[in-house]
Design a binder for this molecule. Structure first.
Ligand SMILES: Nc1ncnc2c1ncn2[C@@H]1O[C@H](COP(=O)(O)OP(=O)(O)OP(=O)(O)O)[C@@H](O)[C@H]1O
Ligand SMILES: [Mg+2]
Length: 341
């Protein structure tokens, strides 16, 4: 487990104090893929760089598997860092070295013999599926291939933790998918904890088990991805979720409704796909109101389906209220015109 205990990081710039991180307490479970999301300047990179102490905190402790990293001497820290790999947005490959030489850098630094290096190199090239590019230079690779080389280099020493700072931000959507699938595979097959900084909610949605949302140096919301997606609390979190989940009824659909009373529109959110129809059927049977399904969609979040359905309820307000309570009792989240009930 990685623990941030009361972490602050301040920078002094032209006589001004910049609070890049402000009293952060956070736990990252071992073996998870943990996403950190926030807008530019929120403090994400500063936070992830504290894990291997590329930055030192102004205050607080970074504890990894019960070991206080902030208290280690230089030599112990060097040893511990060998267990932490890192990949970057712009790959950070050495342009004058071949793919093989780039991947071998961390192995050479640890003084590993040529025969062993060769063996590990071949395993890694196999794993990232780039054996045929062994002697190519970074310039000759696509973005996705460069990032795979970055990943192989980060994995060379069998790290227990892999840090990714915007690792897919420079890639197109298709390549992003394949790199994310590779990271998921690394996590599942090798049990490596992956900490992933991003400003894209679909990255979180696709692979992360947990997420922390950052704003102005603080963690404003954290939890399992599915909980955060189904019950976001903070407006910033809601904004991020809006980018991947439909939270408002598309205007053209609203305009085409016979009764355009916005207050009659409700957004239902279901966890899992099975329950949806049964619950809605039950409402129609049980209550003397008219229920029109206006729009429905489904999104998969790290393997779990969230279903959304926009309905229009018309009739006696008291009965509508009862119907809503019935839905809520059946585990459905109900919102009216963007207002959580
Ligand atoms: N070396 C530094 N000196 C001074 N200020 C810094 C330094 N590094 C970061 N900051 C400031 O700390 C804050 C957090 O920066 P950080 O790079 O962690 O944000 P971020 O969330 O990673 O943003 P982005 O999405 O743009 O990468 C910003 O206000 C930034 O200007
Ligand atoms: Mg950053």
């Amino acid at each position: 487990m990685i623990e941030f205990k009361d972490i602050s990081k301040h920078y002094e710039l032209k006589g001004q104090t910049i609070r890049a991180l402000d009293q952060i307490n956070l736990e990252i479970p071992e073996g998870s893929i943990f996403g950190i999301i926030g807008y530019s300047g929120a403090g994400k990179s500063t936070l992830i760089r504290l894990i291997n102490l590329l930055e030192r905190p102004t205050q607080g402790q970074v504890i990894i598997n019960q070991k206080d990293f902030t208290a280690l001497d230089a030599r112990s820290l060097r040893q511990e860092r060998a267990n932490i790999g890192m990949i970057f947005q712009h790959f950070n490959l050495l342009q004058t070295k071949t793919v093989a030489a780039n991947i071998e850098i961390p192995l050479k630094l640890l003084g590993i013999s040529k025969a062993e290096r060769e063996k590990r190199l071949n395993e890694l090239l196999d794993f990232i599926d780039l054996k045929h590019k062994k002697d190519a230079f970074p310039d000759e690779l696509s973005g996705g291939q460069k990032q795979r080389v970055g990943i192989a280099r980060a994995l060379a020493n069998h790290p227990k933790i892999l840090l990714c700072d915007e690792a897919t931000s420079a890639l197109d959507p298709q390549t992003t998918k394949s790199v994310l699938a590779l990271l998921k595979k690394i996590n599942q097959e090798q049990g490596i904890t992956i900490v992933m900084v991003t400003h894209e909610m679909d990255v979180i949605e696709t692979v992360c088990d947990y997420v922390a949302v950052m704003e102005q140096g603080k963690v404003i919301e954290t939890g399992s991805t599915i909980d955060i997606f189904s019950r976001p609390q903070h407006p910033t979190t809601k904004n991020f979720i809006q980018t991947v989940l439909q939270q408002q009824l598309p205007v053209n659909i609203l305009n085409n409704l016979e009764n355009q009373n916005h207050n009659s529109i409700y957004c239902l959110q279901f966890l899992g796909k099975s329950a949806q129809e049964t619950v809605v059927q039950a409402v129609i049977k049980k209550f003397d109101i008219s229920l029109n399904i206006v729009f429905a969609n489904m999104t998969e979040i790290n393997g779990t389906v969230i279903g959304q359905m926009f309905i229009q309820l018309l009739g006696d307000p008291a009965i509508i209220q009862q119907a809503i309570e019935f839905l809520q009792q059946n585990g459905v989240e109900v919102e009216q015109s963007g207002v959580q009930l």
